[in-house]
Design a protein around this ligand. Structure first.
Ligand code: MN
Length: 262
């Protein structure tokens, strides 16, 4: 088994070391990760500037490629240039902080996994709930067992699972739930400060709602100390809405508008 590991917290982050340790005995493992933190960078890629990739020795423990790009850049570059083999799986994480609800869209951790899925490689993203003591070893054990389970299902090309692990402060997670992504908005706010010339600068801060509004979702699972697993797809098309639009005659309506304005 060949595994490509990436993350968005950067090559030196403790979470990627934990993920590497969790799977290193399962096959050939290559780590290709951003040089610096790319958190909340989403599915960005570098097109306006070139990138460099350096072979580095991380924590005196493993060799890896350090790339001055995003997680999606790392996976793309790994697939097209750096690896001389095609991975059977792409694993991303373990992120410091959960990627539930709307954060799925902002997450570089999830983007790394989705980029793998775009190449037709089954992928998983792992994130650990923030706490004073981030138990990445515990999260690594959870990631390992869920990954092994995933391999046993012989996933189709492009399958991508988003896994969130609750903090271990109150013990081991109570179980695992396969749940949809919550859609409740974050409670965003901007802190306003001033630069040396007195101009206001804005710094985003935000948190998830205290109690999940959406029961039976990834967010609710984490609040209830369950590991959440959400299958994701990168086709953002709202197929149900498309059918509804066709049913009420949208294409014809547009044709009429076009004809009238011609
Ligand atoms: Mn991150």
């Amino acid at each position: 088994m060949r595994i490509l590991v990436t993350n968005d917290d950067g090559i030196m982050a403790p979470g990627i070391k934990a993920l590497y340790r969790a799977v290193r005995d399962l096959g050939e493992v290559e780590v290709v990760a951003p040089e610096t933190s790319q958190s909340a960078g989403g599915h960005s890629i570098s097109v306006l500037s070139p990138m460099m990739a350096h072979r580095v020795h991380v924590h005196s423990e493993f060799h890896a490629w350090s790339v001055d790009g995003s997680p999606a850049d790392c996976v793309k570059l790994a697939m097209l240039k750096l690896l001389d083999w095609r991975p059977d799986f792409v694993l991303s994480g373990i992120n410091a902080g959960v990627n539930t609800a709307i954060n799925v869209l902002y997450s570089g951790t999830v983007a790394g996994a989705i980029e793998g899925a775009c190449f037709g490689v089954p992928a998983m993203a792992f994130s650990l709930e923030l706490s004073d003591h981030l138990d990445f070893d515990g999260a690594g054990s959870v990631a390992r067992s869920l990954f092994l389970e995933f391999t046993r299902t012989r996933p189709e090309p492009g399958v991508c699972l988003n896994v969130n692990i609750p903090k271990f402060d109150k013990g081991w997670p109570r179980g695992t739930r396969v749940v949809p992504q919550a859609v409740v908005p974050m409670q965003d706010r901007y802190h306003v400060q001033h630069d040396p010339r007195g101009n206001p600068v804005y710094w985003l801060d935000g948190e998830m709602p205290e109690h999940p509004v959406d029961s039976g979702t990834d967010l609710a699972a984490i609040y209830e100390r369950f590991v959440s697993i959400t299958p994701l797809r990168f086709d953002l098309t709202d197929h149900k809405r498309m059918a509804e639009m066709a049913a009420v005659g949208w294409p014809q309506a547009f044709e009429r508008i076009e004809a009238a304005t011609r």
